[in-house]
Ligand binder design. Structure first.
Ligand code: OAD
Length: 235
């Protein structure tokens, strides 16, 4: 069977060689902050200014990193497959913008994006390149102090779940890249894909927690094994 529809799920490992620390490598701390403090609605309610500062710094740090060979290879795969009448959906758990800067189109950010914010008063979502603070005014409803990072925190529901699950049920190949398989619902996508008849492949530095669910696992750094796999698929 020729592969026509591919779903790619990426995690922090794909951006590691660009210089962005993975979550598990950071030992439960993100830039010296416990996860509960900076990645939960409760942490934000307790100290919004600290949480906004934390994401302001991470947003600003995007200016110092570049897409690596893995991001670029996936963008090439996507445009080539589309030109051949197929499709490649890139679903990422990452909040950086390296897939888009590597040339990918329509990246599905299931955990939100550093360069987006929203207003908790009127739910207006918007692009954001600069810092926000407790004094930021929402451009839509004019409320002050209700603009927060558009990041899916622990306890919140990931974005685009219906579209992702629909696509997984009809893909021929599901590929997971650079994710530990520790966080649901993303960690369960492989089982849905298998159940609906797709082949499944994992590309990671080490076997993920759900590695045994995959038909095949290839181990190595994303910057090397992803371009090699893409070359194989397009050959
Ligand atoms: P993790 O930090 O849990 O896992 C990163 C994975 O990438 C590990 O399995 C590493 O072995 C692998 N890895 C590291 N360097 C690599 C490289 N150069 N090439 C290939 N693989 C490499 O990150 P995620 O699985 O993305 O959620 O974490 C999932 C979610 O947990 C995140 O989206 C975040 C976090 O809490 C939210 O922010 C809601």
């Amino acid at each position: 069977m020729t592969t026509k529809n591919i779903i790619i799920l990426t995690g922090a490992g794909i951006s590691a060689e660009s210089g962005i620390k993975t979550f598990r490598d950071a030992g439960g701390l993100w830039e010296d902050h416990p996860v509960e403090q900076v990645a939960t609605p409760e942490g934000y309610a307790a100290d919004p200014a600290l949480v906004q500062r934390f994401y302001n710094l991470r947003r600003a740090a995007l200016k110092d990193v570049k897409p690596n060979a893995a991001h670029i290879a996936l963008a090439t795969l996507q445009s080539e497959m589309i030109a051949r009448g197929g499709d490649v959906m890139i679903v990422t758990q990452n909040v950086d913008d390296l897939h888009a800067r590597g040339g990918a189109q329509n990246v599905v950010h299931m955990h939100g994006e550093l360069k987006r914010v929203f207003c908790t008063a009127c739910d207006h979502h918007m692009d954001c390149d600069d810092d926000i603070s407790v004094e930021t005014t929402c451009p839509a409803c004019k409320t002050i102090g209700t603009t927060r990072p558009d990041i899916v925190w622990f306890g919140e529901i990931p974005y685009h779940m219906d579209a992702i699950e629909r696509a997984i049920k009809t893909c021929d190949l599901f590929v997971s890249i650079g994710t530990s398989g520790a966080v649901y619902p993303a960690a369960g996508f492989v089982q849905i894909a298998s159940h609906y008849g797709a082949k499944t492949l994992e590309l990671n530095l080490e076997p993920s927690q759900g590695s045994y669910h995959f038909d095949e696992t290839r181990l190595g750094k994303a910057g090397s094994i992803v371009p090699a796999w893409v070359e194989e698929i397009l050959a």
